[in-house]
Design a protein around this ligand. Structure first.
Ligand code: T4K
Length: 412
């Protein structure tokens, strides 16, 4: 009896939603406002707003020092940074890439008529499975784009070995892995180049932004030209280029946020540990864990829900959470191979992607970041525990709601 009344507190049974305001995955981390405002004032006073201004140059220098690379080229976002890096590396034909990533990774290739060849992942790390990469290589393959998803690094050694042996260019989409390390070295120094995202939702944001980092002097020179229309000097264009420049206000935000980087990591790590303590031993739940000897930004809290053991599917659990105003996300459902234009190009790609297909039905990202505190995490965990403890009743209730045509809202 008492059990049922507790269960009835869930919003899907008519209880008050746990939160008045929605809790998002991806609320921006924001550093010291006064420092940011001071920098914006400086920008306005200087009237130097973009085109390689002093804050952009300072940000590039700070990032290169932090990562330990020779070059950092700041850009307007990571998608354009990927496009430019791919082009500067001379990738063409086919490039091997995971399907289990944000669609921008695949689009950056297809945008320039390169075929993304989707490769399966290691279910433990959610990153490219090197054995699958090797099997996907054809005479048309020119490169590999690995993605360090959730700050979980790829098997860099194995991918570098394949790239060397097979004469392929290796680029990393490191959008999620700023301030993370692999074997004690900072992400950013691997492959031919790596690309960071500084989008609002990322660990360090520049509002919108991204960067290419590399130790290759010639590649860096090319990328610098390409992101500025190919200009080598006033009136002199030496190269085909585009506009990939970062502006000064974005750089000011980046510099401000970098100053709070350790506080952001501390908040993220505290949330991560709290979620992990409360949820990781639940039957049917697998919690994404990280090598504690490496650096990690803990920007994502990732669960996998095995319906057979948990008693609820990922989508059911997400509906329960959305009804409580906890907007957990199904990143990256349904996988790039299942969205256009790739679905039409490769209708049977799923047959070669069994781990990706399994994971896209199970994975869920929970709200974290500096906008979320221990009270919120505690309440979210209580909801998950309660829902899973009453799997059959929750399942039945969701079915009733659906039959009554009032499904709880759901998004990715
Ligand atoms: N490679 C990978 C592996 C990536 O994950 C991404 C981007 C890229 C490449 C490309 O990087 P960029 O070109 O964007 O630099 C979001 C972001 O838009 C996207 O940047 C990010 N990955 C992806 C993982 O997440 P959506 O479609 O989920 O965005 P949206 O609008 O639903 O935002 C997520 C949540 O964040 C919202 O529910 C609310 C919250 N939010 C968002 C913004 C923009 C805020 O609270 N404040 C904000 O200002 O893609």
């Amino acid at each position: 009896m008492q059990e049922t009344s507790t269960m009835n507190r869930l919003a899907i049974f008519g209880g008050q939603p746990a939160f008045k305001e929605p809790l998002h995955v991806g609320r921006p981390n924001i550093g010291d406002r006064q420092s940011f405002e001071q920098r914006v004032t400086d920008i306005l006073d200087r009237r130097w707003l973009t085109n390689g201004g002093p804050y952009v140059r300072e940000l590039e220098k700070r990032i290169a020092e932090l990562i330990g690379v020779r070059h950092c080229i700041a850009m307007c976002n990571a998608t354009v940074a990927l496009e430019i890096a791919i082009r500067a590396l001379g990738m063409k034909g086919e490039v091997i890439v995971p399907s289990f990533t944000f669609v921008a990774t695949a689009h950056a290739l297809k945008w320039q008529e390169i075929t993304p060849v989707f490769c399966d992942i290691d279910p433990r790390t959610h990153t490219l499975d090197p054995a699958c990469v090797e099997r996907m290589i054809t005479p048309l393959t020119t490169g590999i784009v690995g993605v360090h998803l959730w700050g979980q690094t790829c098997n860099v050694d194995a991918l570098e070995d394949i790239a060397r042996r097979r004469g392929l260019k290796l680029l990393f989409d490191s959008a999620h892995a700023f301030a993370c390390s692999y074997k004690g070295r900072m992400v950013g120094g691997f492959g031919a180049a790596e690309v960071f995202s500084f989008h609002a939702t990322k660990f360090i944001n520049t509002l919108e932004g991204g960067a290419v980092v590399t130790n290759d002097d010639e590649l860096a020179r090319k990328i610098r030209l390409m992101k500025n229309f190919g200009f080598t000097y006033y009136d002199n264009v030496d190269y085909i280029g585009t506009n990939g420049k970062m502006n000064e206000v974005s750089a000011a935000m980046g510099l401000t946020n970098l100053e709070s980087m350790h506080d952001f990591i501390a908040s993220n790590r505290r949330n991560y540990q709290q979620y992990r303590n409360a949820l990781s031993s639940l039957p049917g739940i697998r919690f994404m864990t990280y090598d504690e000897t490496e650096k990690c930004n803990y920007q994502y809290v990732i669960l996998e829900i095995d319906e057979a053991t948990a008693g609820l599917s990922r989508d059911e659990l997400q509906k329960v959470l959305w009804a409580e105003n906890v907007l957990a996300r199904r990143y990256f459902y349904p996988g790039c191979h299942c969205v256009e234009p790739y679905r039409s190009y490769f209708p049977n790609a799923g047959l070669l992607l069994p781990e990706t297909e399994k994971l896209t039905g199970r994975v869920m990202a929970l709200p974290t970041g500096t906008a979320i505190g221990p009270d919120e995490v505690k309440r979210i965990c209580e909801i998950v525990v309660l829902a899973l403890a009453h799997g059959p009743a929750v399942h039945e209730r969701l079915q009733q709601l659906e039959d009554a045509n009032t499904p709880a809202p759901v998004g990715n």
